[in-house]
Design a binder for this molecule. Structure first.
Ligand code: GUN
Length: 304
């Protein structure tokens, strides 16, 4: 039997409709400031999507694009200005930042009440204590997919592959909050397949194209793919995609030079999982929708 595909599109559209309805009921327009430094091509795409979606939903957006040579002091001045402005409800500094910038100092400078990424230590601490806080958008989106698909989390074995501050760690905190039994795996985990294949819910967030194969997947598991990787090799594409999709993917490589692949082998997920999220068209769409939700949460909390 072929696994169910958990398409992010309908969930993201539903969340965006809910956010738009909430905004329409407010007496003011929330404002999101997005800061991008340098010319990372993926960041340009992500930020474009964040700014466009904000505008579609009636959120005022301010895009600050600073040059790659920006100094720490210049970036800190922008963050401090956005902190002090009453009209700005949410601040997001897109990562990665250029090497001369101390990322931690920047993220810690953002007012926790405006921290729509949920990366500030105050929000991280609140999340782990189970307090209400602004929660990182990608893991929050994963929880929405599970809940809106009717997949039970309480009592399930959940395995998260990846221990990043952006996805792996907050993902584990949110799954614990939902009463899953949670294990985090990473590059030093011994016999990762033995651990992963115990998971009822498997979340892959490692940044390696098609890393999760059949031996990592428990039959019938829900597999959530957070990875977004560019695959340029036709041979790797042939390994990862089944007959139903390979022609389309090879065409994309021929036309654009690469195809987008997650951290999970889609052919194996389709054959062995109960349900899985596709790439593209899965978790990524939820990340942007959850950012919009965080922006109105921050706006409502600030403006009462
Ligand atoms: N870079 C990759 N993902 C993210 C994210 O969720 N937020 C920010 N600020 N940068 C990112």
């Amino acid at each position: 039997m072929s696994a169910t595909i958990l398409s992010g599109k309908e969930f993201a559209e539903a969340i965006k409709r809910e956010v738009a309805a909430e905004i329409a009921a407010l007496s003011f327009k929330p404002c999101l400031a997005v800061v991008r430094v340098g010319e990372d091509p993926a960041s340009a795409v992500y930020v474009g999507s964040k700014v466009r979606t904000a505008e579609e939903l009636g959120i005022i957006s301010e895009h600050r694009h600073m040059p790659a040579e920006t100094t720490q002091a210049e970036l800190m001045r922008v963050v401090n200005e956005l902190n002090s402005r009453d009209d700005v409800d949410g601040i997001l500094v897109q990562l990665p930042l250029p090497p001369q910038i101390d990322e931690r100092e920047v993220l810690e400078a953002i007012d926790p009440e405006k921290d729509v990424d949920g990366f500030h230590p105050v929000n991280v601490g609140k999340l782990w204590q189970g307090q209400r806080s602004l929660v990182p958008c990608t893991p929050a989106g994963v929880i929405e997919i599970l809940k809106r698909s009717g997949i039970g989390i309480a009592g399930m074995n959940a395995v998260v592959i990846g221990r990043s501050n952006i996805v792996g760690k907050p993902m584990a905190a949110l799954l614990i909050k939902e009463s899953a039994t949670v294990t985090i795996c990473h590059s030093k985990t011994s016999d990762l397949a033995a651990v992963a294949s115990q998971a009822d819910i498997l979340v892959a967030a490692i940044g390696r194209a098609g890393f999760v194969r059949a031996e990592h997947i428990k039959p019938g598991a829900t597999v959530i793919d957070v990875g977004i990787n560019n695959v340029t090799s036709e041979d790797l594409a042939r390994e990862l995609f089944g007959e139903d999709e390979i022609d389309k993917r090879l065409n994309t490589i021929a036309k654009r030079g690469f195809t987008l692949v997650g951290d999970v082998c889609p052919k194996d997920a389709k054959a062995k999982a109960g349900a899985f999220t596709p790439v593209p068209g899965g978790v990524g769409l939820l990340t942007v929708a959850m950012l919009m939700k965080n922006t109105i949460e921050a706006a409502k909390a600030r403006r009462g």
